[in-house]
Design a protein around this ligand. Sequence first.
Ligand SMILES: [Zn+2]
Length: 157
Amino acid sequence: METTVVVRAIAVPDDFVARMRIAEFDDFGHRIERLRSRERGNPCRSCLRLSEPGDELLLVSYRPLPDTSPYAEVGPIFIHRRECVPFQGEFPDDFLVRPLVVRAYDRRGWISDAVIAQPGEATEAAARFLSREDVAEVHLRHVSYTCFDFKIVRSAA
Ligand SMILES: [Zn+2]
């Protein structure tokens, strides 16, 4: 069966990002770390771009799912310390060069399936999962560090 699901990437919510930029502690009681990127590479989970050397970053804990099941993992993410342009679109260019873990979640927030996508193939893998009735959303993660990167959902359009 041909998949025709139109998808879009969802960055970390703007209100969460705004809150972290002025807070001293994150939602899990950890002191928010402020650091400067030494190289190109740390992805900001708001603009979904890899940091450039010298970029000021915040390191905070984030839980991409509501806290309703054992699958609601908490983990570290980077956010630009200063305002950046939140990502909107199907898939962020800076993530096309990486292999990614693609995890499908059901409506309860339980993992229903997962694959490793090769560079440039994560959109297709996400669309394939989202063509299934039991899948509510898809999460993209770093393939070895396994940190949460962003979500992919069915586009409302
Ligand atoms: Zn950013």
